[in-house]
Design a protein around this ligand. Sequence first.
Ligand code: FAD
Length: 503
Amino acid sequence: MKIIIIGAGISSLTLAVQLVKDHHEVIVIDKNSRPGGVMALYQENGFSFEQGPLLIGDMNPEEAMYELLKSINVTLPTQRCDRGLVLKDYRFIKPDRFEGKNWRRELAKKYFPQDAAGIDEYYRFYEALMRIRFLSLQKPSLFNKLKTALTFMSIRKYQHMSCDEFTKALFSDPDLRAVYTGILADFCVDPKEINCFSIPFVNAETAFDDRIDIYDHKGRQYYPAFNYVTGGVQKIPEALAEYIEKHGGTFLYNTTVTKINIENNTAKSVLLDNGKTIDADVIVSSGGAHEVFYKLIGKEYLTDEYDHILQNLHRMEAVFMLHLGVDYDPMQYQKQALVYYYGTSDLEGATYRLRNNIYHNGDDGFLIFIDSFHAPEFAPEGKHCITIYTVAPNIIKDSTWEQKKEEYAERLISLAEKHLPELHKHIVFKKVITADYYKEYTNTDFFSFGGLVPADGQVNPPHKTPIKNFYFIGSQSESNGGITPTSSGGYKVYDLIKSTNLK
Ligand SMILES: Cc1cc2nc3c(=O)[nH]c(=O)nc-3n(C[C@H](O)[C@H](O)[C@H](O)COP(=O)(O)OP(=O)(O)OC[C@H]3O[C@@H](n4cnc5c(N)ncnc54)[C@H](O)[C@@H]3O)c2cc1C
């Protein structure tokens, strides 16, 4: 069978690996010159920067991304890594000497003594959910079911609470609430819109200190962990693409699909920007949901139901990002590769601003990632690479990114300078990246940095579409952001193709 896959991001590559294993003819088409989509590095003037994911989950044995690579006989060297968190008046930066897995709990109690009981209750809730997660990954057994049920009983009273209700029930201080829910603003989701059971998973304690043991007494991985891929996240798509090519798959880079041709409600071929048409038995597309269905295909081919889902999609917004080459060592000031600096604890307001095209000018917060922390080779000798970014709307009210980008970049550098003194003076390379850059790079009119907003009740566009032989994958078909959920779409579509097209 001949299958065309549009886009060479992680979802497409995951799918292509499965299909070439079955000896299908696979053609992957991407407008960029390399595989990986946003997982590819940005490289200029001897500097390399991550333009997408920084720390990634699921890279340990038996976890999804590790197993995907293992299935093609690749093991990539990785390093455990973590992130710090700084609020206006509070610093959750891992101590120089390891103080045990509960140091954040104790620090939180020191900062917010009036909420000590709520903090203890939060960590009881946290451990219960981590236990349920662990049990769900074990071989199903009656004993495990029983343990899961008993653990669940201990936190059942919270099951219908939103993050907002839960943190308000436990913590009186808005800053403390932001410690555990601030990350939601990045996902463009208001804490009122998402169930509280998600909190521990976006705040795994192991993500804040790479020295916390993730294994239980039997050597089984108990807690999730985050890793940095040595040499950059790009190593993952490179390894997958190499395997696909070695097994007969073809990549057409620097090529954009401008139309998907449909006949008798069946996907038949794709039209390329060079005027060529390629036929296929099955076509799969990643990319923007609206762009794929309304521009490449056409609304007339959709059912009312599918159209309704697309019209009601909540997509995360974009990012405003600076890549800086510097001639001093930023690690003298920031001791972790990645630190989030929160400017506000008003997450409802931050989400409102994002959704209403109001750029917060760095005031709501930003992160500083030192790309060369784990990868000194990313910068020329004696230099370092820093990526500073913040979530930002796709379009800005009353102006354009092009008009404002330099002013906004200066402001972000000034804010970052509070944490990396004299930053301005040491910049030897600067690249300002706006939503417009990402739109061009990902072939979208609306750039959504992590895909769909993980709000309760969100209905994702099904991978199986109303058009015969046409499937949709990628971050805008999944609502959990992140590489692994996006990659999982590749497996799901593979199963659908097998069950529908290969019957
Ligand atoms: C700034 C940022 C930070 C992130 N941080 C993390 C993180 O820390 N951890 C994590 O797990 N995830 C993170 N993510 C999310 C994760 O990286 C993405 O969700 C995932 O990589 C998207 O994969 P995808 O398969 O949807 O393809 P994408 O990476 O979106 O790539 C799609 C590709 O298809 C191409 N394309 C689209 N339409 C066409 C067409 N018509 N013709 C030809 N080519 C086309 C695009 O140009 C692009 O190259 C981050 C993302 C960003 C942007």
